[in-house]
Each structure stands twice: as C-alpha cells, then as structure tokens.
Design a protein around this ligand. Sequence first.
Ligand code: THU
Length: 130
Amino acid sequence: MQEETLDMLIDAATEASRNSYSPYSSFPVGAAVLTESGRIFSGTNIENASYGATVCAERVAIFKAVSEGETKISALAIFTTAANLAFPCGMCLQVISEFCEDIPVILASDAVVRIYQLSELMPHRFGDAS
Ligand code: THU
C-alpha cells in the first residue's frame, strides 16, 4: 500500500475516534476502511447503556461503506490510544471477512503502527453455508 494511502487511512481512523461514544468503557476506537473504488469510510465505537447493543468502530465503518453501495474493501485501519495496540474483536473479524479476501489490517496508536494481514488474525472464517 502507498505511504500516502496508509497515512490517509490512519488519519481518518484517528479523526473518527474523536467522536467515540464510549461513556461506559472510556475506550475510544476509530476505524477507517478503504474500498476498492478508492473511497474511505470511517467509524467509531458507539456504546449503549444495555452494553450488548454496543457497536465497534470497525463495524460502523464497514456498515457505512456497505450502505453507500461499497461492498469490497481493500484495507482497514484501527486507531486507539492503547499502549498495546487493539486487535479487532472476533465479531468484527467475521464482518470484515464478509467484504474482502485477504487485506492489510493496520493497527495504530500515537506511538506505533503495525500492519497485519487479515489471514493472520483470522486464518479460518465461516463462509456461506448454502
Ligand atoms: N471496540 C471496538 O470498537 N473495536 C474492537 O475491535 C474492540 C472493542 C470497542 C467496543 C467498546 O466500545 C470498547 O471498545 C471496549 O470494549
């Protein structure tokens, strides 16, 4: 991936984390997806008093893209201020895998950037059962 694209994705994820609605965990997360057509969609975690209704930043970003007609993603960035980078949860990995094959997943904090492949984080996925 080009350096410029990488920076744009991390910036979009960082910016999105500023809108985090996380009064219960106080753990802001921002995510940004690059679609195959070159558009970037960002999202942040949105929590709920019923806890279980919380939606992670990754899924918000992906659902924004899909609801705008973009169903193919080619990279994903996640920003947190955590000292240890935050990996996507299992539910988000399943949702990410619905809309791509193997893509770079960029984990960023203020101090560190690490790039993984989705296949490292999720070597096997549940696919279409039909
Ligand atoms: N969270 C995300 O947004 N993405 C993840 O992959 C893991 C967790 C959010 C959910 C919740 O608002 C907060 O982080 C603490 O779990």
